[in-house]
Design a protein around this ligand. Structure first.
Ligand code: 1HN
Length: 328
């Protein structure tokens, strides 16, 4: 009796296979086969560090501009699709990012959804995003928020305008919290709209604030000079997305840093050498890069540089899950 029982108890006996089949048929599963995977020693993001040269992404986006109208597409976007997440339309394990183009005279029709969106203007001038009927006009470097469930549409300017979209799409999908409404006719705000919660940060002002910060504070050896985009009450600009603007002084070399939140970043000004998870990247103006969570990042500013980034740090913070590690 002891022999057969102890083989079963140690999980090595021939009887285990039959037992696992009986468990499966009963809609039960043995935790001991999966415990290490369910509670890993540390996170292992599937997203890979990845770099998109702006010129190349832009070329493909402008081709979309010749092949499909904004109205047909609803949103004319090339998605930053992380090679580590094939088919997922995700930039990181939790974030969506894409480059959107609107041409003169076009309107991307109004809709609303429970996903929150941010826009960071890459190129061109004079297009707008309307949030609950109020227009925010776009210039390069401007940052605009579209809060969850606000009606929004985009309209073209005098020249093609391209911006970076950041959304909490994967997170909201995981939470099965996605809702969406469309308007029959564009450019109308519904009668029950709550009034504008549009919020825009023109680049001129944020750039000034960033330089004022740099002039009055010591640089953080791991992060550089970092500004967060905040609501008037001091919270992050959005509940699920944490946008930042970073100044790296000329010649600055950061020490290795990692945090639990993955991020998408674009270089606004300057030139940066980045080492992410041991992989080296050269960033020129408007190039884009994924910084996966819990992956060492080192940045070297070849010239004074400004970096826009967004992550979903507010979510980790709210859930008590946020961590960072500052290396030597
Ligand atoms: C969306 O509504 C926009 O309004 C852009 O510009 C990208 C990606 C997924 C879901 C909704 C926009 C989006 C999106």
């Amino acid at each position: 009796m002891a022999g057969a029982d102890s083989a079963e108890a140690s999980g090595t006996g021939a009887g285990m296979t039959g037992y696992y089949q009986r468990l499966e048929q009963a809609a039960l599963a043995p935790l001991w086969e999966s415990l290490a995977a369910l509670a890993p020693r540390e996170p292992a993001p599937r997203a890979r560090p990845h770099h998109w040269a702006y010129g190349e992404a832009r070329r493909h986006l402008l081709e979309a501009g010749r092949r499909i109208t904004a109205e047909e597409a609803e949103r004319r976007v090339v998605v930053l699709a992380n090679p580590g997440l094939p088919g997922a339309l995700q930039a990181t394990d939790t974030l969506y990012a894409g480059l959107q183009l609107i041409l003169p005279g076009e309107v991307a029709p109004a809709h609303r959804h429970s996903q929150s969106a941010l826009r960071f203007v890459m190129e061109g001038q004079g297009a707008y995003t309307a949030v609950d009927g109020e227009r925010a006009w776009m210039s390069p470097g401007d940052f605009i928020v579209t809060p969850a469930m606000t009606w929004h549409e985009h309209g073209g300017g005098q020249e093609p305008v391209i911006w970076l979209d950041g959304l909490d799409v994967p997170l909201v999908g995981f939470l099965r919290a996605g809702f969406r409404d469309e308007l029959g006719a564009a450019a109308l705000a519904p009668i029950d709209s709550k009034g504008s919660r549009a919020f825009a940060w023109p680049y001129e002002r944020t750039r000034e604030a960033l330089h004022a910060l740099a002039a009055s504070h010591d640089v953080d050896p791991w992060r550089g000079h970092v500004l967060r985009y905040l609501r008037p009450d001091g919270g992050w600009a959005m509940p699920t997305l944490g946008p930042t603007l970073t100044l790296l002084p000329n010649g600055f070399r950061s020490r290795p840093y990692r945090s639990i939140d993955g991020a998408v970043a674009t270089l606004v000004e300057g030139r940066v050498r980045a080492v992410v998870g041991g992989e080296a990247f050269e960033l020129g103006p408007r190039d884009l890069i994924v910084l996966p969570g819990w992956t060492d990042v080192e940045l070297e500013a070849v010239e004074e540089s400004v970096l826009f980034a967004f992550s979903d740090r507010p979510v980790y913070e709210a859930l008590g899950l946020w961590r960072e590690e500052r290396g030597a």
